[in-house]
Design a protein around this ligand. Sequence first.
Ligand code: PMP
Length: 344
Amino acid sequence: MAKEIKANHSILELIGNTPLIKLNKITDGLVGNFYAKVEAFNPGHSSKDRIALYIIEEAEKRGILKPGDTIVETTSGNTGFSLAMVSIIKGYECILAVSSKSSKDKIDMLRTMGAKVYVCPAHVSADDERSYYNVAKRLHEETKGSIYINQYFNDLNIDAHYKTTGPEIWEQTNGQITHLVACSGTGGTISGTAKYLKEMNPNIKILGVDAYGSVLKKYHETKEFDTAEIYPYRIEGLGKNLIPTATDFDVIDKFTKVSDEDSAHTARELAKKEGLFVGYTSGAAFQAIKQFAEEGEFTKNSNVVVIFPDHGSRYMSKIYSDEWMSEQGFFDSVNNEESQKIEI
Ligand code: PMP
């Protein structure tokens, strides 16, 4: 009899079950034990593979999607890539309405993955019919057999992490996790993971990461939507200028805000000290750990799990470009090796 060929049926089988990796050097001077859940190991290189697969398969189970139907969403980021990837394997059309602010690289990448990309003007307000929100809504309404993912307002975004990320971390730590540190954008990752972990052990502390320029931390503390908190910042995927219903604020104990500059340097430090080539928000998440440590959050018995959402390759023209870092003025305040170019 022919021997079995040990192949996966498709890349979709590789979504989830990402490794938990002990951090060994960047933690010098910190009290506690620190472990990273590295989501770049997903085939689409980010945690968004989980929600793309979960939401599409839920729609299939409910009979809303059948082969040849269409997936619609409004992002040029990780979610767009993951939806395009899952759509290829499962035989769906994928339509993404993106802002003209999106880089050419990102748009090319989505088109390479078979998505139909509509580039919409960035300068119009959200209620303008040309905005990417309204273009996506219209395309969804006009396309028979389509679903609108709407990740900021879709409870299935939380469920995806409740069903996968949470149980994985519980099992990988043998239930010994004491703190979870996670970025909040849509809030799906932190909310779903936290909900599961708190059900297993309500004493686990959930520490959220927000950006300067975003409303989430203030809203968590006051239940007030304060527009004075909103101003432009550079980190993509972290924080928000609205309150997403995919965030369950009740399961989060505390937020900290991180800066663009600190997060960029910490991401570069993760590469140099741990060999982990991860994205901008991974830098933000570890920067948050440094800040929480200063606030005295951790003891020597703490087992802290931090989620690193995506891979560094998507940030080559940003935080991993010395030119970009200089343009932002991020080398001005630090006298480190990185700022000293070696001319040959
Ligand atoms: N990091 C990156 C790079 C992201 O794209 C996102 C998603 N917006 C997040 C973190 C935050 O994850 P979530 O949306 O689940 O809160």
